[in-house]
Structure formats: structure tokens, C-alpha cells
Design a protein around this ligand. Structure first.
Ligand code: NDP
Length: 335
């Protein structure tokens, strides 16, 4: 018998509406009790449209409610840290959207606060919950393509009109690196099993984004074992398909259509025997993330991506941004 988990949403966001409300309700004994919006009218509309019994503009209402066990934070990026600290001090478990914070110091404070309060902190890096990536990881770890030589990540698309807000006009919390490249970084960490030691990057701006906010990027990274990794990311490329390619001494693993929010992706292996498709049994990425988080709250296992994972991805993303700004290669430090 699973113990009940009462949830509150902190942020009346698009990602909550599209994916997380359903993913929470797909878990046993899990209910959404309240939603926080800074705007009364938006909060009321969100609650009605999503069948949530209460809405509030006051975080204190949620944090003082003993029936709330866990909060999902999906406000704009600059609020993740302060809201996590407040939730931890009220003893709530926290699933926070990425980027976990805007600075590594803030991310460290969040991890420490959650550890001290004895609550779970998860970060919603959803791509590692994709069954194709999970299969790819197994094959790499089993040495199916021999010694890893290089990796290419393709993650370019055209940002839908509805998302062309803070992502392209907020130099503080917006931009492609902390919105999308950070997912590529988390996926690479998950697949390769280590952190890059050095990064170099060049960015574009001005096709969609403005005020110095980047909307395109090419990154080159070096991982331990002298593995070179390249990422192309963009908000401004229509008709592209996201994918990954892993080049080893004895074969190549190719993932196609695997960099989205959908339960999608086809995996191919090419070696001396020719090319074959590896079967993948897909599951909903967000259901998977919520199941892992709910189990962690109930004392079994840990979130699909932990606070430490969120911090590492952020530190690497900030090193990439520094490289793009300075034109220099940057050594990655993960404190
Ligand atoms: P939204 O822009 O939909 O929501 C962010 C905040 O903006 C909300 O908390 C809301 O504030 C405010 N807001 C929402 N609608 C409006 C509006 N019409 N006018 C003014 N303000 C509005 O963001 P996303 O859902 O795209 O992203 C939220 C977070 O989730 C980000 O941290 C992002 O990085 C992350 N994300 C993660 C994804 C994943 O798959 N892991 C996918 C997409 C986003 P209020 O709550 O006060 O109403």
C-alpha cells in the first residue's frame, strides 16, 4: 500500500499544464491540492482548467498546509532557488525544474537546505527518462561499440510562438544554454557517466532572441578518456530532427528523434556486421520521472535526476556560457 502524496504546484506554467499534472495523477495515491500563481486570475483559470481544488498567490498558504507533502516548482528560472529554500524549511519534498538555479552557489544552498531538512530534491531533467537513452546507456556501459572516441548531439528546432517569451528576451533567466543545452549536458552525463573537463562554445543571437540572449550554439567538450563531444543547439532551425551519435572503436550507436519531450526515439547500431535497429520499449518520460520521485519521497531509491545532477549540469552550462562570452576554452569545475 502506497502512502498518499499531496502535491502543490508552484507556478502556473506551460510545462505543468502539458506534462506534469497528468504525470502526478498517473502515480498511485497522488493528488494535486493547490496551485500558486502570482496572478490571481491566471491561478484561478489554471486551477479550473486542470481540476485543482485551490489556487493561491501566497506561497505561505501552501507551505503551512500539512496535507502538502511535495511541491513541483516550475516558475521562471530566477525563482527556483528562493522557492526551494522556502519549501525545504517547511519540510516539503521538492521536484524543481531545470536549471536548478542560476548560480552554482544557489544550487549548493538548495542541496544543503534539502539535506538538512531531510526532504527529497529532484531536478526535472526529463531526457534521461527516455527509454531510448536508457537503452543506449546500457549498450555503452556494456562496451558494445568498444572504446568511445567521439559523440555528436543534434538538438536544433524552431521555438514555438507560445514559448517565445522569457526564453528569448530575458538576459537573466532566459537563453538557449540554460533552457535547452543544459538538457543535452545532463543527457551526456547520464550516457557517458562522467563530466566534461573542458568546454568551448560559440553562440548566435538575433534570429529570434534579442538583448544579447543566445538562440543558437555550437559546443565542443572534452570528456575523460579523451572523448570529444559536439553539440549543435538552436531555437531557430525548422524541420530538424534531434539525435545523438556515439562513435566507438568497434561500432556506432545512432539515436534518432530522441531529444524531445515525447516518448520517442529509434536506436541503431552499425558495426562490422552491418546496421540493425535495437528495439526500444517506450514509456512516458514524465511519468517515469514522477514515479522515481514519488518512490524517493516514500523512502525507496532516488529521483531520476538529483539535486547534485542539477548542480553539475548547471556548472557545465555556465562554463559553456563563459566560453561563449570570452572566446576561451574553459576548464569545468564542479564544486
Ligand atoms: P511558462 O512561461 O509557462 O511559466 C513560467 C512562469 O511564467 C509561470 O510560473 C507563470 O507565473 C508565468 N506565466 C505563465 N503564463 C503567463 C502569461 N500568460 N503571462 C505572464 N506570465 C505567465 O514557462 P514554462 O512552462 O515554459 O517553463 C517553466 C519552467 O519549466 C522553467 O524553469 C523551464 O526551464 C522549465 N521547463 C522544463 C521542461 C522540461 O521538460 N523539463 C519543459 C519546459 C520548461 P505564475 O506562476 O506566477 O502565474
Amino acid at each position: 500500500m502506497n502512502s498518499p502524496i499531496g502535491w502543490a504546484l508552484i507556478g502556473a506554467s506551460n510545462v505543468a499544464r502539458q506534462w506534469i499534472v497528468d504525470a502526478i495523477r498517473a502515480q498511485p495515491e497522488s493528488q494535486i491540492l493547490n496551485v500558486l500563481s502570482s496572478n490571481e486570475e491566471r491561478g484561478a483559470r489554471f486551477a479550473t482548467e486542470n481540476g485543482i481544488p485551490a489556487h493561491t498567490a501566497d506561497i505561505g498558504t501552501i507551505l503551512s498546509d500539512e496535507s502538502v507533502d511535495a511541491v513541483y516548482i516550475s516558475t521562471a528560472n530566477q525563482f527556483h532557488c528562493s522557492q526551494t529554500l522556502a519549501a525545504a524549511s517547511a519540510g516539503k519534498n521538492i521536484l524543481c525544474e531545470k536549471p536548478v538555479a542560476l548560480s552554482v552557489d544557489d544550487a549548493r544552498k538548495m542541496i544543503t537546505a534539502c539535506r538538512d531538512a531531510g526532504v527529497v530534491l529532484g531536478v526535472n531533467h526529463h531526457l534521461r527518462c527516455n527509454a531510448m537513452h536508457q537503452k543506449l546507456r546500457q549498450l555503452l556501459a556494456a562496451g558494445e561499440i568498444g572504446r568511445l572516441n567521439a559523440v555528436r548531439v543534434f538538438h536544433a528546432n524552431f521555438l514555438p510562438q507560445a514559448l517565445q517569451g522569457w526564453r528569448i528576451n530575458d538576459p537573466n533567466g532566459g537563453g538557449l544554454i540554460l533552457d535547452s543545452t543544459i538538457h543535452d549536458i545532463d543527457t551526456l552525463r547520464f550516457l557517458i557517466g562522467s563530466n566534461p573537463t573542458h568546454v568551448m562554445a560559440m553562440t548566435q543571437s538575433g534570429r529570434l532572441a534579442h538583448d544579447g540572449v543566445e538562440d543558437g550554439i555550437m559546443v565542443v567538450m572534452r570528456f575523460p578518456g579523451d572523448v570529444l563531444v559536439q553539440i549543435h543547439g538552436s531555437y531557430t532551425v525548422p524541420f530538424s530532427e534531434g539525435g545523438v551519435e556515439f562513435y566507438g572503436s568497434h561500432g556506432v550507436l545512432i539515436g534518432r528523434d530522441c531529444m524531445s519531450q515525447r516518448a520517442a526515439g529509434r536506436l541503431f547500431m552499425r558495426n562490422a556486421d552491418g546496421e540493425r535497429e535495437i528495439p526500444v520499449h517506450h514509456h512516458n518520460l514524465y511519468h517515469y520521472a514522477l514515479a522515481a520521485f514519488s518512490n524517493a519521497v516514500r523512502g525507496t531509491g532516488q529521483p531520476a535526476a538529483t539535486g547534485e545532477d542539477g548542480l553539475a549540469a548547471l556548472a557545465i552550462a555556465l562554463a559553456i556560457r563563459e566560453s561563449a562570452l570570452t572566446g576561451r576554452q574553459v576548464e569545468v569545475e564542479i564544486p
